[in-house]
Design a protein. Structure first.
Lengths: 429, 387, 644
C-alpha cells in the first residue's frame, strides 16, 4: 500500500515539478546518473545485478514522469573489478560525462579508491553494500549496513538467543572481515566472553581447502561451551566452506553459523539441503513479507528474468535511489550541495516494512533481519528488530568510540566528542 | 659518446622526436592549452607511458636476452609501493598535524606518530608502524628504496637462478612463483602494507594540496615522458654495440657464448637487474597517477599481459614494445569502457565488454602463430621496403 | 469471511474442550511469549505446559518446534500447513480440521535457541516413545543441553531400549551425566575414570566442565579451598591483568592513563600555563608528568598512579584459580582422565592432519597429473591447462542439468568430461601447439591467449555466478574414526581417483604400445619417425590424454569445491610448481611434488593456524629456494633423457 502511495506521490510530485520547473529548466540535457559497478572481472558476479537493478529503477522513474520534468539517463561504465580503474572511471563520470550522482561500488577497496576523486570533485556517491564502518565522507551516502546494523545485532542474537559461549570468527583476509572481527572481538570481550574463547581465522579469496579449519572449529566444543561461527567469508569461498561443513555433519543445532556476506545470490551456487538452519544477517531478505517487496520482486523478475533473486544491496539501491529522487525534487535542482542538504531526514519505506531515515552521518536507520537458510535457497526470517540507526564510528573500539559523524549540524565526519573538535574533514583512504 | 651513439641509431632519434611531438600535442590539447582533453585522459596517457617504459624493459630482458621473466610487474609494484608509502605518510602527517593544531595541549612526538599510524593502519585494525615503514617520512630515502629494493631483489633472485642454470620455461615459472609469493604476501593484512587495501589516495601529492589535478596530471605526464625517453636511450645504448651483441648471442645460443669464454651469468644478471630497476621506476611514476596500489596489481596475470604486449608489439625492437604496450592497453580500455559499439547479429548482440577478452586472447594466438615479429615487424617491413 | 471461519473454528475448538483446562486456554495465558518466544524466557511456558498434564502438549511442542504452529487473527493458535494461499488448520486440542485463508495468520518461528529448549522439554515425552526417531531426537536433545534432572529418566530408559545403537548411545550419555551430576562421589569418579579413553568432544567437554575454575584474590592463600593453581603476577598472569583484577574488586586505583593526564592538564590551564609549565612545553611525556604532579599536589587532579604503585600493590595479594567443584578427589580424577585423553587427542590430531595433507596432496596431484604429461613428458607449456579443468567441471554441471540422478550424472560426467577435454586438447594441439614445438616460450604465450579466451567464453556462456555441482548422496558425510580423526568421503573419492590415474598413466606409459611410442617420440622424434612411428599422431594423442585427465580432475575438484570460470586459474601456478618441484618427465616425480607441497602446506598451516595465506606465501618461497638447489626437481632424470 505504502509503496503505491509513495510511487503515486512521487509521480504526482514529478508531474507538479514538471509543470512548474519546465520553464526554469528546459531540459536540453537529461539528468545523468552514473552507474559504477564492475561488469567484468571477479566482482562482476555481485555487481552486475546491481547495475541491472539501477537500470530498472531508472526505467521505473522515467515511466513515472522522470525527475524535475527531465528524463533520467543512466551512464553505465565498467571498472572491471580493477581498483585503480574505479578512480579513473569515477573521474571520467564526473568530469567527462558530468553525471549528477553516482551509484556504485561493492568492495571497500574500490570505495577507498574512489573517495579521493569524488571528494576532490565534490561528487555524490551512493554506496549500497554492508561495510566495516570507520569512515565518513561528505560525498558518500552509505545505504548498506554499518557493523552495528548487521554484525552487532547478529552477535547479540548468538549471545542471547542461541546462548553461544565460544566464538569462531572466520573471514576472508581483507578489510571488511578484519575490521568487523576487530569490532566483534572488542564487543564480545565487553560482554564477558574470554579472549581465549574467541578463535579467529583468515583465509584467502576463493579458498577451497576447508577440512582443517572445520575440524578446528568442531574441536572448540571440547570444553563444553556452546560454539558458534560468525562468518565474514566472501564470495566463492563460501561454497567450499558450506560443503565441508555439511560433510563434517555439523548441523545448525550443534554449531550455528551466521554469515554476513551470504545472500540469496551466493546460495544459488549450492545445494542448501544440508545447510538448513544456518543463519545470515541482513537488512533485507527476498522472503520478507509485504506488498512493497512483492511488487519489487515482481518488477525485478519482469525486468531481469524469472530465475533472478533479489538481495540486500539491491534494496539499498532501491532506497538510496528513491531518496535521491525525493531529495532532488525537494531541492528543485541536482546540485550536489543542495541535494545533500535535502537528503538529511529523507524518509522512504523499506521493502521489509517500516521506514528508512537518512541520518546526518550519511547512514540509514534500517531494521536488522536474521534469517535461517531453507532447503529452497531462500531465508526464513526468524528475527526482525526495530530500525537501528547506522553508526559510522563503532562504539566498541576505544579510538573510534570518541568519534562522531554529523555533517548536518557539526559539518564534520570525524568529530571528537571528548576534545570537541573536528579531527579532519577529508575521509580516511 | 652519446652523440655519436645517437647518430648511429637513427631509430632512437626518430623515437625521441615522436615522443616530444606527442608531449607537445597533449599539452596543447589539455587544460593547459585548448582544454579539449580531459584530466582523466591525460592521466591515462601518462600511465600508458609508464607501461611503455616497463614494456621496453621487458623487451630488453626477453626480446634481446631471451629471459622470459614473468616477474617484472612485481618490480613495477614494489616501485609503486615504495613511493606510495611516502605519499601516504606525508599526506596523513599533514592531516594529523592540522588536527592537533586545534587542540589546547601540544602533542608529543609519540602522539603524532601514533595518530599517523592509527590513520594509516586503522583500516587493517592496527596502529603500529611496521619496520618497513622506517624511512617513510623521508622522500629521498623512499626514492632510493624505489631503486634499491627491486634492484637487490632482482640481483639476489637472478644470482640464485642463473647460478643454478635455471633457464627457459623453468625460469619463467620460477619468476611467476616469485610474483605470486610477493602478491600473496602483500595480500596478508599483517604484511604492514595494508593488505588487500593497499595504499590509496596517492594522487594527492603532499605539499601540492591546492594544485588542481589537471596540473598535477600534466606534471606526471611530463615526468613519465622524460622517464620513457631516458629509459629508451639507456636500453638502446645497452642493446647496441658489443654488449648488445653478446646479449643477443646469449638469447640465440647460451652454451656457445659460454664456450666462447664470456661469463654468461654476469650478463644475464646485469640485464635482469637493470630492467628490474627501470620497471620499478616506471611503477613509481605510474601509481601516483593511478591513485591506488594494491596486491591485485602484482598478480601473476599482470606480468603475463606485459609479455603479451611485447609480443604483439614485436620483440627485439624497442619501439615495438612501446607500440605494443600503448596499442593494447589503450585498445583494452576503449573496449572495456563501453566505447566500442555493440554489434547486433540479429540472433545475438556482441557486447564488447563480454567479448573483448575472447578477441584479445585469440589475437595473441594469431600473432604468435602468424606474426612472431608483431606489429613492429610490420613496421620494419613498411620502412625497409623502399630501400 | 475470515471472521466467520474463525468463529466456526472457535466453536468447534472450544465447545467440547470447555469442561477442563485445555491447551488453547493455557497457551492464551502466555500468548505473547508463545507468539515470540525467547530462549531465556520461554521456560515459564514450558514448565506450565509440562505441569498441566494435558495429553496434547507433546504434539503441540513438536509442531511448535517444526514451525508448524500459526496464530490466527483472534490470537488463537493452530497447527497449520500452508497450501497456496490457504491454510489447513488443525485444532490443537480437538484435532478438528478446517481451512482458512492464510492472510491474517502469522507463522510462529521459534529461533534455534528456543527450539533447543523446547527439545529439552520434549525429552520426558519422547524418551520412552515407541517411535525410534522420537527417541533419537530426545537423546540428541539431552546431549545438547545436559541437565542433572535427566540422569534418572535416562538411566530408567536404557533397559527397555530395543535399538542397539541408540542403547549404546544412551549408556554413553548416562555415563557423561553421571560424571557431572551423580550424587555419590565414587559414582562420579568411576564415571570420570571411564572417560579417560574417550576422545570425543563430548567427553572432553564433560571433563573440562568439571575442571572449570574462577580467579580469586586474597591477602593469604585460603587453606580449605580446592585450589587449581596459584597465579604469580608476571609469570602465570601478566602484571597488568593481575592489577586489573585488583582494580575490578576496588582493591586499588587504576593506573592514570596518558589520556587522563592530558585531559586533566587541558582542564587546568591558567594563563597559558599548567602549574609553572608553559602549555607549549607540554609536548613531552616528562613535562606532562611534571605538570600533572603539581596538579595532584594542589589537589586539582587525582594522585598519579604509576607502574611502581602497581607493583607495590600486587605484592600485597595472592592470585589463584579455584575449582568450581569443591571435592578435590573429583577434580584430581578429572585432571588425570583429561591428561590421558589429551595425549590421545594429540595423536589423533596428528593423524587427522596427515589425512588432510594426503587429501590436499591428492587434489594437487589430480590437478597436475595432466600437466605432468603435456609439460612433463612432452615439454609443452600449456597455460590453458587450468581452463581444461574448468571445462571438465562445467561439463559435470551441464550433465547435472539434464540428468536428475546425482549418481548417474557423475558416472556420465566423468567419461564425458574426458571426451570433451580430450577433443579440446587435440584441437588445440593440431591448430596451435603443433606449429610451436620449437618455440616453447611462445607456446606459453599462445596457450595463455587461449586460456583467457576460454575463461571469458565460459563467463559469457555460464555467467559469472558459481554453478552447483552436487555430489551423490553416498559421497555426503565423512568417514569418522572418532571425533578427532575424520575425513569426508568426497576427499577419499578424490584420493582414490588420484591413485587410479597414477597407475593408469604408469600403465599406459610403461606397458602399452602407445606409451612406448610416446617415450620414443619425446626422446628422439627423428629416430622415432624413422622407426615407423608417426610423431604427429603420437603428439596429438598424448596431448589429448593429458587434457582429458585435466577434464576428469575438473569434475572431481568441482564436486569438492566450486565451479566458476576462474577455478582453473586457481590451480595453474600450483600445478606447474608441482610438476617442476617433482621433476619433469616423470609421473613419480609429480607424485613426490604433490606430496611435498601438500604436506608442507598443512605443516605450515599447523604452525600458524590463523593465517592460511601466510602458509601459501612461505610454501612458494620454499619452492623457489628448493628449485635453486635442486633445479631438476625431486626425481631428476639422469643421463641422456635429462638433456634439454
Amino acid at each position: 500500500m505504502t509503496y503505491k502511495k509513495t510511487l503515486g506521490a512521487s509521480a504526482l510530485a514529478a508531474l507538479l515539478a514538471s509543470t512548474t520547473m519546465v520553464a526554469a529548466q528546459d531540459c536540453a540535457e537529461p539528468i545523468k546518473v552514473g552507474v559504477l559497478h564492475s561488469l567484468s572481472g571477479s566482482m562482476a558476479i555481485s555487481e552486475t545485478t546491481l547495475k541491472d537493478a539501477m537500470l530498472m529503477l531508472i526505467e521505473q522513474q522515467n515511466a513515472a514522469g522522470g525527475l524535475l520534468g527531465c528524463e533520467i539517463e543512466a551512464v553505465v561504465v565498467d571498472p572491471a573489478s580493477d581498483w585503480p580503474l574505479f578512480a579513473e572511471k569515477a573521474r571520467e563520470l564526473l568530469t567527462v560525462s558530468e553525471v549528477d550522482v553516482i551509484f556504485g561500488n561493492w568492495t571497500s577497496v574500490s570505495r577507498k579508491s574512489v573517495l579521493p576523486v569524488i571528494e576532490e570533485l565534490n561528487g555524490l556517491l551512493f554506496y549500497p553494500v554492508q561495510y566495516e564502518g570507520e569512515e565518513s565522507s561528505l560525498n558518500v551516502f552509505y545505504t548498506g549496513a554499518a557493523p552495528n546494523q548487521q554484525a552487532i545485532p547478529a552477535t547479540d542474537y548468538f549471545l542471547e538467543e542461541l546462548g553461544v559461549e565460544k566464538f569462531a570468527l572466520l573471514g576472508t583476509d581483507y578489510v571488511y572481515p578484519r575490521t568487523t572481527n576487530n569490532i566483534l572481538e572488542a564487543y564480545l570481550i565487553d560482554n564477558g566472553i574470554a579472549e581465549e574463547d574467541i578463535f579467529v581465522n583468515y583465509t584467502p579469496f576463493g579458498h577451497s581447502d576447508w577440512a582443517t579449519i572445520v575440524a578446528d572449529v568442531v574441536a572448540l566444543g571440547e570444553d563444553g561451551k556452546q560454539v558458534g561461527v560468525i562468518s565474514t567469508i566472501n564470495g566463492d569461498a563460501n561454497i567450499g566452506f558450506y560443503k565441508e561443513l555439511a560433510a563434517a555433519g555439523v548441523s545448525a543445532d550443534d554449531i550455528p553459523v551466521v554469515a554476513f556476506s551470504v545472500g540469496e545470490e551466493e546460495l544459488s551456487g549450492l545445494d542448501t539441503s544440508n545447510l538448513v538452519g544456518h543463519l545470515a544477517a541482513w537488512n533485507y531478505f527476498q522472503s520478507a513479507e509485504g506488498e512493497a517487496n512483492a511488487e519489487f520482486i515482481e518488477a525485478w523478475k519482469a525486468f531481469a528474468g524469472e530465475e533472478r533473486v533479489t538481495n540486500d544491496p539491491m534494496e539499498a539501491h532501491y532506497i538510496g535511489f528513491n531518496m535521491w529522487v525525493n531529495a532532488v525534487e525537494a531541492a528543485g535542482t541536482t546540485d550536489v550541495d543542495a541535494v545533500r542538504d535535502a537528503m538529511y531526514g529523507q524518509e522512504f519505506p523499506n521493502l521489509t516494512g517500516g521506514t528508512a531515515v537518512m541520518l546526518p552521518n550519511h547512514h540509514l536507520a534500517k531494521p536488522v533481519l536474521i534469517g535461517e537458510i531453507q532447503a529452497d535457497g531462500q531465508f526464513d526470517i526468524i528475527s526482525q528488530t526495530a530500525e537501528v540507526p547506522g553508526d559510522a564510528w563503532t562504539d566498541f573500539l576505544p579510538e573510534s568510540a570518541v568519534l562522531k559523524s554529523d555533517w548536518q549540524t557539526l559539518g564534520c565526519g570525524m568529530y571528537n566528542i571528548e576534545t570537541e573538535s573536528c579531527v579532519q574533514l577529508t575521509s580516511n583512504y | 659518446m652519446t652523440n655519436s651513439f645517437l647518430m648511429r641509431n637513427p631509430s632512437t632519434l626518430w623515437f625521441l622526436l615522436g615522443l616530444s611531438l606527442f608531449t607537445i600535442v597533449v599539452t596543447a590539447l589539455s587544460d593547459a592549452g585548448v582544454g579539449v582533453m580531459s584530466t582523466s585522459f591525460v592521466k591515462t596517457l601518462g600511465k600508458t607511458l609508464c607501461l611503455c617504459l616497463i614494456a621496453v624493459a621487458m623487451d630488453v630482458v626477453w626480446g634481446y636476452c631471451g629471459i622470459l621473466s614473468l616477474g617484472h610487474f612485481a618490480f613495477f609494484g614494489i616501485g609503486g609501493y615504495a613511493v606510495g608509502m611516502w605519499l601516504m605518510y606525508a599526506r596523513t602527517e599533514g592531516i594529523v598535524l592540522d588536527s592537533f593544531a586545534s587542540q589546547t595541549i601540544p602533542p608529543t612526538p609519540q602522539e603524532v606518530t601514533d595518530a599517523i599510524g592509527n590513520q594509516i593502519f586503522g583500516v587493517v585494525g592496527s596502529s603500529e608502524f611496521p619496520a618497513i615503514w622506517a624511512f617513510s617520512d623521508s622522500l629521498i630515502l623512499q626514492l632510493l628504496l624505489v631503486v634499491l629494493v627491486p634492484g637487490l631483489l632482482a640481483l639476489l633472485f637472478g644470482w640464485l637462478a642463473f647460478r643454478s642454470r635455471v633457464t627457459g620455461v623453468y625460469l619463467s615459472i620460477l619468476t611467476q612463483a616469485m610474483t605470486l609469493a610477493l602478491a600473496l604476501y602483500l595480500f596478508q593484512n599483517d604484511s604492514g602494507l595494508r593488505g588487500n587495501n593497499g595504499l590509496s589516495g596517492l594522487q594527492n601529492i603532499p605539499g601540492f594540496e591546492d594544485t588542481p589535478q589537471s596540473t598535477i596530471s600534466l606534471a606526471f605526464f611530463y615526468a613519465s615522458a622524460l622517464a620513457v625517453a631516458l629509459g629508451y636511450v639507456l636500453f638502446a645504448w645497452i642493446t647496441s654495440g658489443k654488449m648488445g651483441s653478446v646479449i643477443k648471442a646469449i638469447r640465440d645460443n647460451e652454451s656457445r657464448v659460454r664456450f666462447l669464454g664470456y661469463h654468461v651469468e654476469s650478463y644475464k644478471l646485469f640485464v635482469f637487474t637493470i630492467t628490474a630497476v627501470v620497471a620499478a621506476i616506471a611503477g613509481a611514476l605510474y601509481y601516483p597517477q593511478a591513485g591506488i596500489i594494491n596486491p591485485a596489481e602484482i598478480a601473476p596475470i599482470a606480468s603475463i599481459y606485459l609479455a603479451v604486449w611485447v609480443a604483439i608489439g614485436g620483440r627485439g625492437r624497442l619501439y615495438g614494445a612501446v607500440i605494443g604496450a600503448a596499442f593494447v592497453s589503450l585498445l583494452s580500455s576503449w573496449f572495456t569502457g563501453g566505447g566500442a559499439p555493440a554489434i547486433p547479429l540479429g540472433f545475438y548482440t556482441v557486447q564488447w565488454t563480454d567479448w573483448w577478452l575472447v578477441l584479445l586472447g585469440l589475437s595473441f594466438v594469431a600473432v604468435t602463430l602468424y606474426a612472431p615479429k608483431g606489429i613492429g615487424g610490420l613496421f620494419d617491413y613498411l620502412v625497409r621496403k623502399p630501400s | 469471511m475470515t471472521r466467520v471461519l474463525i468463529m466456526l473454528a472457535m466453536l468447534l475448538g472450544f465447545s467440547p474442550a470447555a469442561q477442563a483446562q485445555d491447551l488453547q486456554n493455557l497457551l492464551q495465558t502466555h500468548a505473547e511469549e508463545v507468539a515470540s518466544p525467547g530462549r531465556r524466557t520461554v521456560g515459564v511456558v514450558l514448565d506450565d505446559l509440562a505441569a498441566s498434564g494435558i495429553p496434547q502438549v507433546a504434539t503441540f511442542l513438536e509442531q511448535w518446534q517444526e514451525k508448524s504452529v500459526w496464530q490466527g487473527p483472534e490470537g488463537l493458535f493452530f497447527i497449520a500447513a500452508e497450501e497456496g494461499d490457504t491454510l489447513n488448520l488443525t485444532d490443537i486440542d480437538s484435532g478438528v480440521q478446517s481451512t482458512a485463508p492464510a492472510a491474517g495468520f502469522t507463522q510462529l518461528k521459534p529461533n534455534g535457541g528456543v527450539r533447543r529448549v523446547i527439545g529439552t522439554a520434549l525429552v520426558q515425552f519422547q524418551l520412552m516413545d515407541p517411535d525410534l526417531t522420537r527417541r533419537t531426537t530426545a537423546v540428541a536433545s539431552i546431549a545438547r543441553r545436559p541437565e542433572a534432572s535427566q540422569l534418572a529418566p535416562l538411566l530408567a530408559s536404557i533397559d527397555g531400549e530395543s535399538d542397539a545403537a541408540l542403547k549404546a548411545r544412551k549408556i554413553q550419555l548416562a555415563n557423561f551425566l553421571s560424571a557431572s551430576f551423580a550424587d555419590d562421589p565414587t559414582d562420579r569418579i568411576a564415571a570420570i575414570t571411564s572417560l579417560s579413553t574417550d576422545v570425543s568432544v563430548e567427553a572432553r567437554a564433560v571433563l573440562n566442565q568439571i575442571l572449570t575454575t574462577s580467579t580469586g584474590i586474597a591477602t593469604q592463600l585460603p587453606s580449605d579451598a580446592n585450589i587449581a593453581q596459584v597465579l604469580t603476577p608476571g609469570a602465570e598472569i601478566s602484571l597488568d591483568a593481575a592489577y586489573a583484577l585488583l582494580v575490578e574488586d576496588d582493591l586499588a586505583a587504576p593506573i592514570t592513563t596518558a589520556e587522563e593526564i592530558k585531559s586533566a592538564l587541558a582542564a587546568n590551564i591558567v594563563d597559558g600555563r599548567v602549574g609553572d609549565v608553559p602549555v607549549v612545553q607540554l609536548n613531552t611525556t616528562d613535562n606532562r608528568a611534571y605538570a600533572y604532579a603539581q596538579l595532584a599536589e594542589a589537589g586539582t587532579a587525582p594522585a598519579l598512579v604509576t607502574t611502581a604503585d602497581r607493583d607495590a600493590a600486587l605484592a600485597d595479594y595472592v592470585f589463584f584459580e579455584i575449582y568450581d567443584e569443591d571435592d578435590a578427589t573429583i577434580t584430581t580424577a578429572a585432571k588425570t582422565a583429561l591428561a590421558s585423553v589429551e595425549t590421545r587427542v594429540a595423536v589423533g590430531q596428528t593423524a587427522d592432519l596427515t589425512l588432510d595433507a594426503l587429501s590436499l596432496a591428492s587434489i594437487y596431484f589430480l590437478a597436475a597429473i595432466g600437466l605432468a604429461i603435456t609439460f612433463g613428458v612432452m615439454g609443452v607449456i600449456n597455460m590453458a591447462h587450468g581452463e581444461f579443468i574448468m571445462m571438465g567441471a562445467y561439463t559435470g554441471y551441464v550433465v547435472q542439468l539434464f540428468v536428475p540422478s546425482y549418481t548417474a550424472s557423475i558416472i556420465i560426467a566423468l567419461p564425458l568430461a574426458f571426451a570433451v577435454t580430450f577433443g579440446a586438447g587435440v584441437a588445440m594441439e593440431r591448430l596451435v601447439i603443433r606449429h610451436l614445438y620449437h618455440r616453447p616460450l611462445e607456446t606459453l604465450l599462445a596457450t595463455f591467449g587461449i586460456s583467457i579466451a576460454l575463461q571469458q567464453l565460459a563467463k559469457n556462456i555460464f555467467g559469472t555466478q558459481a554453478r552447483p555441482l552436487t555430489s551423490p548422496a553416498w559421497l555426503d558425510g565423512a568417514l569418522v574414526f572418532n571425533d578427532v580423526v575424520q575425513i569426508s568421503y568426497i576427499r577419499i573419492a578424490i584420493f582414490v581417483l588420484a591413485v587410479i590415474f597414477l597407475f593408469l598413466i604408469l600403465f599406459v606409459l610403461k606397458r602399452t604400445r602407445l606409451g612406448l611410442e610416446v617415450r620414443a617420440v619425446t626422446q628422439n622424434p627423428g629416430m622415432a619417425a624413422s622407426m615407423g612411428i608417426n610423431p604427429d599422431r603420437i603428439n596429438m594423442l598424448t596431448f589429448g590424454l593429458g587434457s582429458g585427465i585435466a577434464g576428469i580432475a575438473g569434475v572431481a575438484i568441482g564436486l569438492y569445491a566450486k565451479v566458476t570460470s576462474e577455478m582453473g586459474a586457481d590451480y595453474i601456478v600450483q600445478s606447474f610448481m608441482t610438476v617442476v618441484v617433482g621433476g619433469v618427465g616423470n609421473v613419480w616425480g609429480t607424485l613426490a611434488g604433490a606430496s611435498l607441497i601438500g604436506f608442507l602446506q598443512k605443516g605450515i598451516e599447523w604452525l600458524n593456524p590463523s593465517n592460511t595465506l601466510a602458509a601459501q606465501t612461505y610454501m612458494i618461497l620454499f619452492i623457489i629456494l628448493f628449485i635453486q638447489f635442486r633445479p631438476k626437481g625431486i626425481v631428476a632424470l639422469k643421463g641422456r633423457a635429462a638433456a634439454d
